[in-house]
Write a protein that binds this ligand. Structure first.
Ligand code: ATP
Ligand code: MG
Length: 421
């Protein structure tokens, strides 16, 4: 008889996840503690030990639900488990089904008769999603785990309080730290402790609830002091931060003057690259701006096209390391009040949501939450880099800058360029 391929718990703490003591078991743990692996092993085990049952795995977004499905599928020999990708279900040879749902699609949370459940990264989900899920387990008296690294004091925090309360027999609560996972090197944790603000470290590595501190940028509201866009002023030097749309995201263009004021801001998607080049060119010419271009992963055509049009372009190819520098540079500019912008809701929301995370290789990364955009943040950071700079690593390429001045007075830049060559 084939056997399940379950990971052995790496510690006494992770072993706890295999033995939930109550109906609703809440666990907060540091990033990379082994939450997903641990509850995945429990989920695989109970679905197999209890034939003809229905289990439900909920993740914040579809992509994470898919990751959960792959992790659990690997725990079964292929003869015991069939993956039904379109339905997001695993069908086991004992008649049990494990469904995978994402909290951002409430319709996938509907259903009934769920006996076993897992809610992974719960603190990133809305309370509505949790309540929709709860309605599907109340009739069956389902048993499960609600697990997450904390994120402020939201509904997940309130649920944890029920787990701590000894007069609530259906709830239990556990807290684990990243350091319980022997696969995470101690020096990674020591470095994070040095780099991160105390409260962020406590939340992210110790699994402690703290007031909403996850944000990378301070003073997002305080920097929103400008009334709106501003026309170019003679003699002023401008920078244009350009983050180009890749697959599902947006192109964002931010023009900043040398005093750190955002004077123009554009965001669009769905344009062919030729049209994008045209919009960037128009804006750059209007302000006579140097373009700071995120050239990571877009290939050279946009950079070449802008350069061929005689524009000043500084290409930035990001690695985790230099992206971190770019973001830290913006963070410093904002906390000192040197960066100013109008109240652009999309920009401000992206800045507020930007968070710290830990990569698989143990590096601290700054990024938008999974499933959210960071184009406005990167575009702003590039413009600010152009204003202040932070290192000589980016290569400035200036092709025939005099062409810029020939174009003064408007007109179609491409026609002008062809007309003069
Ligand atoms: N029991 C185990 N045996 C071997 N490796 C493990 C075990 N548990 C976790 N790991 C490894 O530790 C790392 C983190 O595990 P996992 O992704 O489960 O943690 P997590 O707490 O869910 O992380 P995140 O905060 O990113 O969601 C992974 O590389 C995983 O393979
Ligand atoms: Mg996880």
């Amino acid at each position: 008889m084939p056997r399940l391929i379950l990971p052995s718990p790496h510690s006494r703490e992770q072993n706890t996840l295999l033995h939930p003591p109550t109906k609703i078991n809440v666990c907060t743990a540091g990033s990379k503690f082994g939450k997903t692996t641990g509850i995945g092993a429990w989920q695989a085990k109970v679905a197999w030990e209890n034939p003809n049952t229905i289990s439900r795995w909920v993740a914040p977004i579809y992509r994470q639900a898919k990751i959960g499905m792959r992790v659990i599928n690997r725990m079964y020999p292929s003869s015991l488990c069939q993956m039904h990708r379109a339905d997001m279900e695993l069908h086991l040879a004992n008649g049990s089904i494990i469904q995978f749902a994402s909290a951002d699609r409430p319709e996938t949370l509907e259903g009934e008769g769920v006996q076993f459940f897992v809610v992974d990264e719960a603190a990133k989900m809305s309370e509505e999603a949790w309540q929709a899920h709860l309605s599907t387990i109340s009739a069956t008296d389902g048993i499960g785990w609600v697990v997450s690294t904390p994120k402020g004091r939201n509904w997940f925090h309130a649920l944890a309080q029920l787990g701590i309360d000894p007069s609530e027999p259906d709830f239990s609560f556990f807290r684990f730290q990243t350091s319980h996972n022997p696969h995470v090197r101690p020096e990674v944790i020591a470095r994070a402790r040095r780099i991160l603000p105390v409260r962020v470290f406590e939340q992210m590595f110790l699994g402690l609830f703290r007031d909403e501190t996850g944000g990378v940028f301070e003073g997002v509201d305080a920097c929103a002091v400008l009334l709106g866009a501003a026309d170019p002023i003679a003699g002023m030097i401008y920078q244009l931060g350009a983050d180009i749309a890749k697959v599902n995201d947006y192109t964002v263009l931010t023009v900043m003057d040398s005093n750190g004021n955002v004077v123009a801001w554009e965001r669009f998607n769905g344009l062919l690259w030729g049209e994008q080049v045209h919009r960037i060119e128009k804006l750059a010419l209007h302000y006579q701006a140097t373009i700071q271009l995120d050239a990571t992963g877009i290939g050279d055509p946009i950079f070449d096209a802008l350069r061929e049009r005689g524009l000043r372009v500084v290409p930035h190819k990001f690695t985790n390391q230099n992206k971190r520098q770019l973001i830290e540079n913006l963070k410093a500019g904002m906390s000192e009040g040197d960066v100013r912008y109008p109240r652009i809701a999309i920009l401000m929301n992206e800045l507020k949501a930007f968070e710290h995370s830990l990569t698989k290789t143990g590096e601290i990364r700054y990024s938008a939450p999974l499933g959210s955009h960071d184009d406005a943040v990167i575009s702003l950071a590039l413009a600010w880099y152009g204003v202040r700079g932070y290192s000589p690593t980016a290569e400035e390429i200036t092709i025939e800058p005099q062409r810029l001045y020939r174009q003064r007075g408007g007109g179609d830049a491409r026609r002008t360029q062809h007309g003069t060559s």
